[in-house]
Design a protein around this ligand. Structure first.
Ligand SMILES: [Zn+2]
Ligand SMILES: [Zn+2]
Length: 144
């Protein structure tokens, strides 16, 4: 039997409840303009999961989405406006924002899109100019 842990999460008002199970494919911080604009914060903590690792446990009827591009399906709760996750169909991964799943022991490993940063972080983690090569970026590291 595999020991796959499940972690609970919810939207801002609690109308939508979800779980993630297992291990994310990647976790870190994104500094891109889109994440800043969407999250209304300087940085977005991301955890990327295979879509089948995520289950909507309650309130699926409250989910609404916005697609600025086909590469990001941004999902939030219509009752409270709280953001939950972004599906990235071309990567077959879904970004459940770290703030959505407070039970999950978030261990960021990388900063991405750091060339767009408005808030420099000195935590010793790698700072990628854009994205890792396997996600279509240059994989190039830049100074903190
Ligand atoms: Zn809500
Ligand atoms: Zn971003």
């Amino acid at each position: 039997m595999e020991d796959r842990q499940t972690f609970r999460g919810a939207c801002f008002c609690g109308a939508v409840k979800l779980t993630v199970t297992g291990e994310p494919a990647a976790q870190g911080y994104c500094h891109c303009r889109s994440c800043r604009s969407w999250s209304a914060g300087p940085i977005n903590g991301f955890t990327l999961w295979a879509p089948d690792a995520i289950r909507i446990e309650k309130g699926a009827e409250n989910l609404v989405t916005y697609k600025q591009t086909e590469r990001s399906v941004r999902t939030w709760c219509k009752a409270c406006g709280g953001h939950l996750f972004t599906e990235h169909p071309h990567w077959k991964l879904t970004d459940v924002y770290a703030a959505t799943i407070p039970e999950f022991p978030f261990k960021p490993g990388v900063h991405v899109n750091y060339q767009e940063t408005v808030m420099r972080i000195h935590d010793g983690l790698p700072k990628l100019k854009d994205l890792p090569t396997e996600m279509g970026g240059t994989g190039e590291a830049i100074p903190e």
